[in-house]
Design a binder for this molecule. Structure first.
Ligand SMILES: Nc1ncnc2c1ncn2[C@@H]1O[C@H](COP(=O)(O)OP(=O)(O)OP(=O)(O)O)[C@@H](O)[C@H]1O
Ligand SMILES: [Mg+2]
Length: 405
């Protein structure tokens, strides 16, 4: 058995030497390939997870962008990537599609705005942004579609509490420009786990989530409320919820809750809408999903990973699959094990993810299993959200009620 000071991140070797696994599926020449997804702490392979990319039809996505009523917000100021002392570009993170750079804006004197596109308000001063740039040719249409989703989301009242602020699509660099929120939940989870390891084992806290019971409950309530807003108010399925795609904005000192020692001290914001699906009544079922999606197996609902789904290409995320992914994210937050099933190989991990309804059982076999005790509050909140049958999973509004208790 591994000790808490030496967790066994055996399964997903995701450093740059890892050979991608490719599983052929019958969808338009698609392959199921986990590319490197280094996220969070820079160059930290243990903080990485591979994604499965399914299907690639850029033309389809471009058409989708054009036919959607909404045109993406444009970012018209000049952008400059910030560099470190060695003149290397500063990165906030990376994903399957992109590198997210730290960038600085310079007001553009000769603003050229595309016809029919609402311009972002030109700024008089220099500002720091996160600039999400494509790393693969087929990422361009994915990012364009994400720009549309973010444009739509940023118009819906309440977005500022739940979604990363979007400043527009920067045409010259084909990049998304967002507010910089440099802490991902994945990094926070790892930091909390490190802290626990440094403190050493303690019988007083070994049955609690790594960050403590009340902060975990508060984080859960915030995330579940955010997902309810996303599904019910915005009509968007995220499609790739995992700790790496949630950013943490420090709470403002004015906020009453931030004064409470039991509160989770950040506002978690949903980011990375590259796999999102629009289910709003006005747009119907539309989104990036029709052409390409990225999955991260341990956080992906089992029904999307079944051989039958992969063979048929019927891998559209649903509100219920988002609920599963958020539940898995909360399990990772409780145990501090970002890879969820430490001590397994790639294929074992995929097999376990396909049996995701047993996630708590699997987790209890790990070195931090004591943090999700039987009949404890973590289990009570997670169990209804991970049923094998998606139709049996808790409704998001009922989940908010359960998390509010
Ligand atoms: N607004 C932001 N501010 C700071 N860092 C960010 C921001 N957006 C993203 N990041 C960092 O960059 C990483 C990659 O971004 P993102 O997840 O959007 O890319 P992706 O290529 O779509 O990833 P995925 O592999 O999940 O599909 C994030 O995990 C996060 O660490
Ligand atoms: Mg991501």
């Amino acid at each position: 058995m591994a000790t808490t000071s030496s967790p066994m991140h055996l399964s997903l070797e995701t450093n740059h030497k890892t050979q991608p696994i490719a599983i052929q599926t019958p969808t338009s020449g698609s392959s199921l390939t986990p590319p490197v997804t280094p996220i969070g702490k820079e160059n930290d392979p243990k903080n990485t997870l591979p994604d499965l990319l399914i299907g690639a039809n850029p033309a389809e996505t471009s058409a989708l962008v054009k036919r959607n009523n909404c045109t993406p917000l444009r970012f018209t100021d000049e952008l400059e990537v910030c560099s470190d002392a060695e003149e290397r570009p500063i990165e906030f993170g990376r994903g399957a599609w992109s590198i997210v750079y730290k960038a600085r804006s310079r007001p553009n004197a000769t603003v050229a705005i595309a016809i029919n596109t609402p311009p972002s308000s030109p700024t008089a001063t220099t500002r720091v942004y996160a600039m999400k740039s494509p790393v693969r040719r087929d990422a361009r249409p994915v990012l364009q579609a994400e720009a549309l989703t973010l444009t739509r989301l940023n118009l819906i009242p309440g977005y500022e509490r739940y979604v990363v602020p979007f400043h527009g699509y920067h045409t010259p660099t084909e990049s998304l420009v967002m507010s910089a929120v440099p802490l991902a939940l994945s990094t926070y989870i790892e930091d909390q786990a490190d802290l626990m390891r440094k403190r050493g084992p303690s019988t007083a806290t070994m049955f609690d989530p790594v960050q403590g019971s009340e902060p975990w409950k508060n984080l859960a309530l915030k995330l579940i409320s955010g997902l309810e807003w996303l599904h019910k108010t915005a009509g968007i399925i995220h499609g790739d919820i995992k700790p790496h795609n949630l950013l943490l904005r420090p709470m403002s000192p004015d906020d009453e809750l931030s004064a409470s020692i039991d509160a989770f001290p950040y506002e978690p914001l949903f980011a990375d809408f590259s796999s999102a699906l629009d289910i709003s009544p006005e747009n119907g079922r539309d989104g990036n999903q029709s052409s390409m999606s990225a999955f991260t197996p341990p956080f992906t609902a089992p029904e999307l990973l079944s051989l039958a789904s992969l063979k048929s290409g019927d891998v559209d995320p649903t509100p219920a699959s988002d609920v599963f992914s958020l539940a898995a994210t909360l399990v990772a937050a409780a145990t501090g094990d970002l890879l969820l099933y430490p001590g397994s190989s790639n294929m074992q991990r995929l097999a376990m993810a396909r049996d995701g309804q047993r996630i708590l059982e699997f987790t209890r076999c790990g070195s931090n299993g004591s943090r999700v005790p039987r009949n404890g509050f973590v289990e009570k909140l997670i169990q209804p959200a991970i049923s094998k049958d998606p139709a049996q999973r808790i409704d998001i509004s009922e989940w908010v009620t359960l998390a509010s208790v």
